[in-house]
Design a protein around this ligand. Sequence first.
Ligand code: SER
Length: 599
Amino acid sequence: MKLTADELRNKYLNFFQSKGHTIISGASLIPENDPTVLFTTAGMHPLVPYLLGQKHPAGTRLTDVQKCVRTGDIDEVGDPAHLTFFEMLGNWSLNDYFKKEAITWSFEFLTKELGFKPEQLNVTVFAGEEGIPRDDEAIEIWKSLGIPEERIFPSPREDNWWGPAGQTGPCGPDTEMFIDTGKEKCGEHCRPGCHCGKYIEIWNDVFMQYNKTAEGNYEPLGRHNVDTGMGVERTICMINGYPTVFETELFAPIIGKIRELASKTLDDPEAQTKAERIIADHLRTSVFILGDQKQCVKPGNIGANYVLRRLIRRSVRYAKMLGLAAGYMQQIAEIIIGEYKHVYPELDQNRETVIHELVAEQERFEKTLEQGEREFNKIATVMKQHGQMQLGGRTAFKLYDTYGFPLEFTIELATEQGMTVDRQGYEEAFNKHQELSRTTSAGSFKAGLQDHSEVVTRMHTATHLLHAALHQVLGPTALQKGSNITPERLRFDFTWPDKMTPEQIQQVEDLVNQKIREAIPVVKTSLTLDEAKAQGATALFTAKYGEQVTMYTIGDFSKEVCGGPHVQNTSELGGFKIQKEQSSSAGVRRIKAVITNLQ
Ligand code: SER
């Protein structure tokens, strides 16, 4: 079947309307009243008060299409399926129908309306855990619809539990629907959820029966809600049989424009494709953020503003790599606005702001890049005068560190001058810098054996617990900016726009102490950075793929790439106390804490 995104949106909304749902408008990309997330990440997000029990004016069955931004996967962009912006089709039951109707309608829509063959369909369901049973009801419903047991995959919490969207709120087990692309399995272990591209997830039905409290507990919600979400881009891709979302009609014109404007071809075709996709994805997301009805996010250094800045700057870097012709920013933005304005008229209404902000940010960033190029040229001239034709690794690293030049960029400039770059030296400088950041942050400048004293080791582990606790209490945007440890105290800086409330501070402290009491082993693993990231590890001072790193895992609470050293069990910390929470710089907070009751 061939289907456009317009047709898919209409089919979806009409189908659920025919099942008694009211079509409602999607909300802004900037969430209301939820400081724990920067952007709307799912269709359920604006509906949280109603999922919790407030009466919705449009009734108990709702359907819509929602703009979503998720930047957690930003490094995956460029692969066949990851995007920072996507549209989510959704249908909700507010304490109305439950699993039977939700799953039956999902099946009916996929097979009857979209024409997927039932044999292409694989599903995952919640496998259960202590206190929460396996979702046998969902399994039975899928079986009754003709999905055989071998294509129903019970999976643990990491895969089949959804939400809450922020730190607290409605959540529950889910059942995810995957289309089998027909590719070979990548190995014995290959099953829905594997990232090899055989199975593509297109829809998720969440059965929201629980509420996660600020203390981290799951309480019965006292209501049975359904929250579903279908990704427009992926579904269109699958229906039309494209290899990636970038071939769909939603991306083809943007990619086409980028190709038309490009004046350089990279030696590595894969790098070329990735650059095109990153520019297309990041600028599409930036246009939607800047063109949002709320008009409150502009490029800047904090929170959502910073995410936007990063998206624009990253696309500028790749645009430079491909040598996009002057005026590309405006031209690409125009294509995106033109393509979407009939669905999202706010983009057209805010056209001037969108283009103005994009171009202004591009110019600001290009100035920094130009300064870097001047610096490069100065160095290159002197080197050539001395007959040196290879740029040292430390210099290449300085260009990266001070002016944001990625290595590929420096290599290109060098090639233009008939020079080469000492890649290995760059990598060494990079690693040395990381090492330095780590040791500086560990307070090693205090010198001597003291660095690796037991107290400092305990503080190190406490820092990981603190970081993870901040993530749980404040959200994933509370990210480490710096850390400094002395035998007396630990100091931890992290991005967060507001003063923490006394309750939040208490929650963080309690959570760390709880993990200490749980006496969790601290497990050290050696693996590559990619593997660590694939396992969801936080990796702060590392950026090179393929590099061997050490990862410390503390139960399912914390996973961080770090140089160590760490204690072997959290119980060795004794106790943890936050002494101060203060501002460090704009958008950055600082916590000072101590370890207590040392045995
Ligand atoms: N909230 C669920 C998700 O994001 C279903 O929409 O997958």
